[in-house]
Ligand binder design. Structure first.
Ligand code: ADE
Length: 316
């Protein structure tokens, strides 16, 4: 069956072990923070350019969270390398008895796609807008960097294709991500995005537990109809989440279903075939791809290979 369900049985590959003394964590440099985990910026002592992101668990959390981090680690080892998936650098497991572990992944200097979309200027038609040229700079260098920041439609499509490629790798390896969203896509460079946070892919067995504890923990805006109803995750529920991620991309980082809050009525809302409307920066062609990801019957949704194909053949 799916790899994440067996994560606990995947042996840990000792080749990835990094000693505590071989890396540093900069406590002030928090890259991200979730309910259970924290990601710090860190570096490998040996290599001068060895900036890494270090994922660890909060000290106060229970053992299952630590086990979840270890499962995530094993899933990443099992996945191996892919251009569009954040690369595992190593792991420090020498403090397991004390309830601590550290997973080191490559550092993506430009942060999450979600924040990038929200912060950077967008330009339709790949034409440099006037205001960029008007930016008050003494050095041409600074102006150039400002121009590099501009997001074009070509960038949006390229990111969408790359995410589909990364997800193909997961699909082929029978790994479900479970939390695909623009917040879990990182920019390595402006031209290279990588999927991260297999935090839920390994958690799915326990998923039911935290739904009961608090609905707020559910990424309900990204969940497929059948997942909301039965908590069943498949590659096709990842496809649904991919469609929502496309919507985020082509709305430049809006929150899906703006203004809505979670109630059980949301399930009825989807059941009555309500869907996200066309985002501001998408055309009909792209919107059509998204909506196919939200077919009520998972079988009718495209897979990630078909999605890449559809995006590749978009009219320019
Ligand atoms: N935030 C979470 N993970 C990260 C990473 N690998 N690089 C940069 N920022 C991050």
């Amino acid at each position: 069956k799916y790899a994440h369900e067996n994560a606990q049985f995947i042996p840990y590959n000792r080749n990835y072990e990094v000693k505590w003394k071989e890396f540093r964590i900069s406590d002030e440099d928090k890259l991200g923070e979730g309910t259970y985990g924290i990601v710090f910026k860190g570096c490998l002592v040996e290599s001068p350019n060895g900036t890494v992101a270090v994922k660890t668990v909060r000290s106060e959390v229970d053992k299952s969270v630590l086990l979840a981090l270890l499962s995530e680690l094993k899933v990443m080892i099992y996945l191996g390398q892919n251009e569009n998936i954040v690369r595992l650098v190593g792991a420090c497991t020498e403090f397991l008895r004390e309830g601590r572990a550290y997973v080191l992944v490559e550092y993506c200097p430009m942060g999450s796609l979600e924040s990038y979309l929200r912060e950077k200027p967008y330009c339709i038609n790949d034409i440099t807008p006037d205001y960029v040229n008007m930016v008050n700079t003494d050095s041409g260098e600074e102006m150039l960097s400002t121009m590099d920041d501009i997001i074009s439609r070509k960038d949006l499509v390229s990111w969408a294709i790359q995410i589909a490629r990364g997800m193909q790798h997961l699909q082929n390896k029978k790994v479900i991500h479970g939390d695909l969203a623009s917040r879990n896509v990182l920019l390595y460079t402006k031209d290279r995005v990588k999927i991260t946070d297999f935090g839920l892919s390994r958690q799915l067995l326990n998923y039911e537990n935290y739904v009961k504890k608090s609905q707020a923990l559910l990424p309900w805006r990204w969940l497929a109809l059948e997942t909301l109803k039965t908590l069943a995750f498949t590659s096709k529920s990842d496809v649904w989440a991919y469609g929502i991620t496309l919507w985020e991309i082509f709305s430049l980082g809006l929150i899906p279903y703006p203004g809505m809050v979670w109630t059980v009525d949301f399930v009825d809302y989807l059941e009555q075939n309500h869907r996200l409307s066309i985002p501001k920066y998408a055309d009909e062609e792209i919107y059509n791809i998204m909506t196919r990801c939200w077919e009520p019957d998972p079988k009718n949704r495209p897979d990630f290979e078909q999605l890449e194909e559809m995006l590749q053949t978009l009219s320019k």
